[in-house]
Design a protein around this ligand. Structure first.
Ligand code: SF4
Length: 178
């Protein structure tokens, strides 16, 4: 519940971590062990976004400069918009393509499409192609394609890039702010 501290957090990042390559703002997700914690107030986070976007502009070693910087920030801003809408109960997230784009390999050998879904197999038992062609992978893929949604920032940029509508929107927003 530290959404009210976003300006102070930005100032702290600038002051105390001048060599940092990038500083992200992650929305809390899942069920925390501490019941005092919870999802942020979308309105408070949205109100802080202009300052966050200015802050991100400075990370040129991470984003590059010029149009590349604007495109990266426009994509992140769009994702944050979608996350905050989702936090309000309005789901406009792009479809998840994690089953075509990512795999998570656990130290135990288990394989999953993402950390938030159940494993589809174990590389100690079967080769990866066999796991990917198996019944559990097909079941999981069907479940995800049926409308799985989250705000996991490791995966959502890829999903945004797979949505022609969202790609056009990001380009449009980047060019408007040029
Ligand atoms: S929407 Fe999120 S939880 Fe669902 S499969 Fe995609 S990355 Fe995993």
């Amino acid at each position: 519940m530290n959404q009210h501290l976003i300006p102070e957090t930005i100032e702290c990042a600038r002051r105390d971590f001048p060599a940092a390559v990038f500083h992200h703002f992650e929305l809390m997700r899942g069920t925390p062990r501490d019941p005092e914690l919870g999802a942020p107030d979308p309105d408070v986070v949205r109100g802080a976004m202009p300052e966050v976007l200015r802050h991100w502009e400075g990370y040129r070693r991470f984003y590059g400069s010029g149009l590349r910087n604007r495109l990266a920030r426009a994509a992140k801003a769009r994702l944050m918009d979608l996350y905050l809408d989702l936090a309000r109960g309005e789901n406009r997230m792009p479809a998840c393509h994690v089953y075509d784009t990512h795999l998570v390999l656990y130290e135990t050998g288990k394989i999953a499409f993402c950390e938030l879904t159940d494993p589809i197999g174990d590389v100690r038992d079967k080769d990866l192609p066999e796991i990917l062609a198996g019944a559990e992978a097909a079941r999981r893929k069907s479940m995800i394609a049926g409308g799985c949604t989250c705000t996991h920032s490791c995966f959502q940029p890829t999903n945004l890039a797979h949505s022609p509508r969202e790609v056009l929107r990001v380009f449009d927003n980047a060019m408007r702010s040029w």
